[in-house]
Write a protein of this length. Sequence first.
Length: 129
Amino acid sequence: MNKTDLENIFIAAFNVARADREVVELEREILALFLDAMGVDEMRGAELLDRNLSPQDAAGGLSSPEAQSFMVKTMCALAFSDGVRAQNEIDLIFSVNQSINQPIELRPWEEWEAYILEVMHTLREHKAA
């Protein structure tokens, strides 16, 4: 994944995080990992969000099916992180997943914690690279 991929995924992730109008600590931690992986501060992160890019448009700007898959998994991780199954978040995730070239088969909701672990691991590895 390149920096533009990470920027687009960050924007989509933020949209999921704020969809239920409450950003919990774990969501903030995941979003902070994106900033670290991109090598930007919170000010630049806020500038990215000012682009008002929809998650579907962000997905369309990704460089590879792997990046698209990571975006969907990231959105699932953010949706699950507060432990509340909000229908507006689920609808957004399904919409984005159906809009990508190779939609992924999503795990059952009860297993979405695995997405949190995968996303955090991937972002930490990306920063180290």
